[in-house]
Ligand binder design. Structure first.
Ligand SMILES: [Mn+2]
Length: 261
């Protein structure tokens, strides 16, 4: 679904396509999440996340119509902060190799989880790691950045794409059924004409902020917690593999009735 001439939401998948820049953008893969959960809390998940993100990437690329030249990963490619998780050491290079079968170049915009990236060196110049990316009038930052005010004031791109928040909406009915859907948020930055887009997580496991239930202080991203963004005025686009994309108007016009308890 086209947001405008420059940006499309890929049908049913948490990914953006930028036709002018021939780039696909995904975020928050959190590879290695299952092993971290096992180590931290003894909860054993079947480790199917790598297969899931590979399949979704393939489907997203198929939807672009041609193989995009660039894959932009807007932060949190991996999950564990320490140097030690075996699963993510294994999975990160496998995923990058898989993605490089389709795209010429990967740009990783560093997220708060993207520490110890030594295993990426083997891919040489085909993967770049940056703190922020300016590309075709769009600024990509992960969204955890405490110094966002400086980053925004020193930049002028019309669109700012962030991730980190893993937005979802929760819909329910009076007998207690609940549906959780990952969603994009699209709104304005400050009083000016700049636009902000919040991407949902590509990881099927990583949880997220229920944007129609949360109050502003429940949000994680310093940008979304700041007065720069009026969350209630953001439009919501959910993505679901079966349903596709559902567009919701500004949050303030419907969030009070989204759970009819
Ligand atoms: Mn993050």
């Amino acid at each position: 679904m086209k947001i405008d001439r420059e940006i499309e939401i890929i049908r049913g998948i948490p990914a953006l396509y930028f036709p002018a820049g021939d780039a696909l953008c995904i975020a928050d893969l959190h590879l290695g999440y299952e092993e971290a959960l096992m180590e931290e809390s003894g909860i054993a998940l079947p480790s199917g996340q790598l297969k899931d993100v590979e399949q979704k990437l393939e489907a997203a690329i198929a939807s672009c119509g041609c193989e995009p030249a660039k894959l932009i990963i807007n932060g949190d490619l991996k999950h564990v902060f320490s140097e030690s998780s075996r699963q993510e050491w294994k999975e990160v290079p496998i995923f990058i190799q898989f993605a490089l079968n389709y795209v010429k170049e990967i740009i990783l915009v560093r997220g708060n989880h993207d520490t110890f990236l030594g295993p990426l060196r083997r891919f040489g110049s085909r993967i770049k790691v940056v703190n922020a990316l300016s590309y075709h009038d769009t600024l990509f930052i992960h969204g955890h950045n405490r110094d966002f005010a400086r980053i925004l004031s020193e930049s002028s791109e019309r669109t700012v794409v962030i991730a980190h928040e893993h937005p979802i909406i929760v819909l329910g009915d009076s007998v207690g059924a609940r549906v959780r859907l990952p969603c994009f948020l699209i709104g304005r930055l400050g009083a000016g004409a700049r636009r902000v887009i919040v991407m949902p997580a590509f990881s099927p496991l990583a949880g997220g902020t229920p944007v129609n239930l949360a109050s502003k202080e429940d949000f994680l991203s310093p940008i979304l917690r700041s007065p720069e963004v009026e969350i209630d005025k953001m439009e919501v686009y959910t993505v679901d593999e079966d349903v596709g994309i559902m567009a919701f108007p500004e949050l303030r016009s419907w969030k009070d009735v989204s759970l009819s308890l």
